[in-house]
Write a protein that binds this ligand. Structure first.
Ligand code: MEZ
Length: 541
């Protein structure tokens, strides 16, 4: 154990109050308190973190400035070397992205008889899906219903979610769980064989299905095995750097780039699915992230240039409990399941200051207020944070509960010399999820014909704040849907000559408005940490 003397003094205060805190119910905030808190302390409310988009479908709207910079950059395509009259790959359905949504889409498209090519810039499975910990929501138990789930999703998203997208999410939730079970996913069960489920922040029923605290890994491994079982072509370490269109303005493939050699190839497809995931690696407002290394908003950038609108692009999810200490785990996710199991959030005095099962945006804003305004955080070299009191779990659920329910957390901290059965852990919000993204309809169709999207790269389902466990559900429900729709549509499409005119026109608009970012190209593909966390040199900031 190598907590500092000051930290240990604060831990002693947490321990002294633990018995009292066990019997203390932290009150929930009312709507006015929540609105005020979010306005004043949630990072989304800080307008200095935003810039205005100057071209394209969302011209005049705001987005995080790190994203705007990429939207205002030139494409990566080596124009002189690309011959669009020759296709290196020809397929029915091209899937861009090898995480949960891409894999689910590939399985369904292949099942419907389409020829499928899946490209991923890392390896199949490298994604935010595989890193998801706490669970997947679905209203499949007695006493629950999709209607209650619907109300929770809408409430969590501040009632600005797209109602039809939410309807599909919750109605198809139980079937998604059954599909995963059929595929071999081993969810936790009670002794009588029924699903073991817990609450998440903002849920009215216990509908969080989990595989301990590595639910995403359990799901992704099964999806990956299933993809490999099908006749699906896979190109790893291959990034899509631009959408190709045909002479009718429909999506018709992509320019692919080998991530090692940077050699580019042309993939021609009847339909294209974007399942490129999130953008945590852009480190909005300098936050650390729980995201995988490839979460760099690529899908948003290439689809936007092709003409797809963004929705809720100004709202990000900062998960309240990222690791603050030990430093080598900075930003790593501490699953919300820890709070579902009974751990509370405490300031340096050991006092609770927010109900741990408020929605994520609320808990995040409360932590930021406690540290930044009230000065009641615990100081570390990386800033101040608050305690997540793991030992409270064993007080509530008995000895052995941590190793039973949170084996991955236990191991992660033990490897770093922290025994979470004995001591609380210092946490601070970490960038976790992109609430917004590409606009889709309930068939996963974007505004560009033959271009579909699914998973974290899309927006609208979760409104301005997603609840725990709804992204794993979203990527299964909508990933499957995208695969089916794209496969069906591919049967009606003929190949026409390919073009990149949309890219050239977009770049011309940037030149005309004087807003072209001349010193970078996009999509980013991988973060560059040579100049600090955001990949932007200090002098540029
Ligand atoms: O849905 C999520 O983001 C999730 C399950 C995260 C977690 O806290 O475990």
């Amino acid at each position: 154990m190598y907590y500092t003397k000051e930290m240990m003094a604060s831990v002693a205060r947490v321990e002294a109050l633990r018995e009292k805190n066990l019997h203390r119910e932290q009150k929930r905030m009312d709507a006015d308190e929540i609105n005020q808190l979010l306005r004043d302390f949630h990072p989304d409310g800080l307008r200095f973190g935003m810039d205005t988009i100057t071209v394209g479908p969302n011209r005049g709207e705001i987005a995080p400035k790190e994203l705007v910079r990429l939207l205002h950059a030139k494409g990566r395509v080596p124009r002189e070397k690309i011959d669009l009259s020759h296709a290196d790959f020809i397929t029915d359905v091209l899937i861009i992205g090898g995480g949960g949504a891409g894999a689910a889409a590939a399985i369904e498209a292949s099942r419907l008889g389409a020829k499928v090519l899946l490209v991923t810039k890392l390896r199949l499975g490298d994604s935010n899906t595989i890193m998801a910990e706490g669970g997947i929501q679905a209203a499949d138990k007695e006493g629950d219903s999709p209607i209650l789930h619907y109300l929770d999703v809408m409430g969590g998203g501040h009632f600005c979610n797209d109602p039809q997208l939410v309807r599909k999410l919750v109605m198809e939730g139980p079937e998604a769980i059954a599909w995963l079970c059929d595929m071999g996913v081993m969810f936790d069960k009670e002794a009588d064989g029924t699903m073991a489920t817990t609450h998440g922040g903002g849920t009215s029923c216990q509908r969080m299905h989990s595989a301990a605290d590595y639910t995403g890994a359990e799901i992704m491994h099964s999806l990956r095995d299933e993809v490999l079982f099908h006749d699906i072509a896979i190109e790893e370490f291959t990034a899509a750097i631009e959408i190709l269109k045909d002479a009718k303005g429909r999506a018709a493939g992509a320019i692919l780039m080998d991530i090692e050699t940077e050699v580019c190839k042309v993939a021609q497809a009847k339909t294209v699915i974007l399942a490129t995931g999130g953008s945590g690696r852009l480190h909005f407002q300098g936050f650390p992230t729980s995201n995988h290394y490839g979460a760099t908003a690529d899908g948003l950038v290439i689809a936007y240039r092709a003409g797809v609108s963004l929705v809720f692009q100004d709202t990000m999810q900062y998960h309240p409990t990222g690791v603050l200490f030990p430093e080598q785990l900075y930003g790593a996710l501490v699953t919300e399941k820890v709070r579902s199991l009974g751990a509370n959030i405490l300031n340096a005095e050991g006092e609770p200051f927010v109900n741990p099962l408020e929605t994520r945006d609320v808990v995040t804003a409360a932590i930021i207020r406690e540290c930044k305004e009230r000065g009641k955080g615990v100081c570390t070299r990386l800033g101040s944070g608050v305690w997540l009191d793991f030992p409270m779990i064993e007080k509530k659920r008995g000895a052995g509960a941590i190793e039973k329910y949170l084996p991955a957390m236990f191991r992660m901290f033990r490897k770093n010399k922290v025994d979470i059965r004995q001591v609380p852990v210092l946490v601070y919000p970490t960038l976790h999820y992109q609430n917004g993204g590409l606009k889709i309809d309930t068939n996963c169709a974007t505004e560009v014909e033959n271009l579909y999207a699914a998973g974290e790269t899309t927006g609208g389902i979760h409104g301005r704040n997603r609840l725990m466990g709804n992204s794993l559900l979203d990527m299964i429900v909508y990933g499957r849907c995208a695969g089916q729709e794209a496969a069906r549509k591919s049967k009606k499409v003929d190949f026409l000559p390919l073009t990149l005119d949309h890219l050239f026109n977009y770049e011309r608009s940037l030149e005309d408005t004087g807003t072209l970012e001349r010193d970078i190209v996009s999509p980013m593909l991988l973060p560059d940490y040579r100049f600090g966390r955001s990949g932007v040199s200090e002098s540029e900031k």
